[in-house]
Design a protein around this ligand. Structure first.
Ligand SMILES: [Zn+2]
Length: 349
């Protein structure tokens, strides 16, 4: 099969590798229909994180089950499935508590599973999926090709934006600010509106260096980085601040922006942490009663809730993809995102 291998900074290649084989009994082979390039895939590509040995990459994909191991009983050949960005069993105590990212048997794409057998990356033609019954989410229908981009966002970005909204306690009438205007930030806007956030054009906004970006209805407000945005949030809210802030960038500056935007007693939902991340000012949190909650998004736990609205078109998260390419153009997909010519790339197989 052809699959994407990361060699190091600026060096990602499409290579021919052996087709994956069933090995653990509870795994499945999925034929990939579409895969995404994630912002975190750019870290090794940019040299932000080091690559000690070439490894298969890609952790957002959808596809069709081709084969199942003898212990697999939920998913079956022919099922159209969505893969979360991690492997989980769906049965351990943390999975049952809705924190499947902390699964005691969990692992990552392109890395060894709990039995030491490496799982494939998602940016390839086929993937061996460990713990297939817990990991894969079968959508129950054969989707129209036009639905594929929206379904692919359930693999990570839509569910991660939703996690920010849930963590921030968004409810009907909430006034919400969104910090970050990449794919997750745009999905956070959709998720907040879906949960009933106030719909006035100035009440929900993605703010970032490129304004509110493509795919989500414009909100009419743009301003410069830093304090300007905090000042704008206060101007728009009569000096109060917002009930909820969805923070998906994870830098010192973005967290300060979030803290400055929340009203006293407000709640920040954070879902981004690129490299180390900021420390929190406990005194400021104490004085303001602002809460900070969130973390790596347990996306597998949100898929069943969000899928119906994607299938009906009630939300259209597939619009976050502003670049669609065949897998053979994987290098261009990375380059376009690295050079900010694209917000998010979808690879269609
Ligand atoms: Zn588990």
């Amino acid at each position: 099969m052809r699959a994407t291998v990361m060699y190091g900074a600026g060096d990602v290649r499409l290579e021919t590798l052996p087709d994956p084989q069933l090995s653990t009994g509870d795994d499945a082979i999925v034929r990939v229909v579409a895969a995404c390039v994630c912002g975190s895939d750019l870290w090794p590509f940019r040299g932000v994180t080091s690559v000690t040995a070439p490894r298969q990459v890609g952790h957002e994909f959808v596809g069709v089950v081709e084969q199942i191991g003898r212990g697999v009983g939920v998913v079956k050949p022919g099922d159209f499935v969505i893969a979360p960005f991690y492997v989980c069993d769906g049965t351990c105590v943390h999975c049952r508590n809705g924190v499947s990212t902390s699964c005691v048997n969990g692992s990552w794409w392109g890395s060894p599973d709990r039995k030491g057998v490496s799982a494939d990356g998602g940016q390839g033609e086929f993937v061996r999926v460990p713990l297939a019954d817990g990991t894969l989410f079968p959508i129950g229908v054969t989707p129209d090709p036009a639905m594929i981009p929206g379904l692919a966002t359930l693999s990570d970005v839509l569910c991660t934006g939703h996690h920010a909204a849930v963590s921030a306690g968004v409810r009907p009438g909430s006034v919400v600010a969104v910090v970050g205007d990449g794919a997750v930030g745009l999905c956070a806007v959709l998720a907040a509106r879906r949960l009933g956030a106030a719909k006035d054009d100035c009440d929900v906004q993605a703010s970032g260096p490129a304004g509110d970006g493509a795919g989500v209805r414009g909100h009419g407000h743009h301003c410069r980085p830093g304090r300007c945005r905090v000042a704008a949030v206060h101007r728009l809210t009569g000096g109060i601040g917002t009930d909820c802030v969805l923070e998906r960038v994870g830098t010192q500056q973005s967290m300060q922006q979030a803290l400055g935007s929340a009203r006293p007693g407000g709640q920040i939902g954070f879902v981004g942490l690129p490299n180390g991340g900021p420390e929190l000012p406990i005194n400021q949190l104490f004085d303001s009663n602002v809460g900070v909650r969130g973390g790596i998004a347990p996306v597998r736990d949100y898929m069943a809730d969000l899928l119906p609205d994607v299938l009906t078109g009630a939300i259209t998260p597939g619009r976050v993809f502003d670049l669609q390419l065949p897998l053979t153009e994987i290098v261009e997909a990375y380059s376009a995102m690295d050079q900010r010519r694209a917000i998010k790339a979808l690879l269609v197989l």
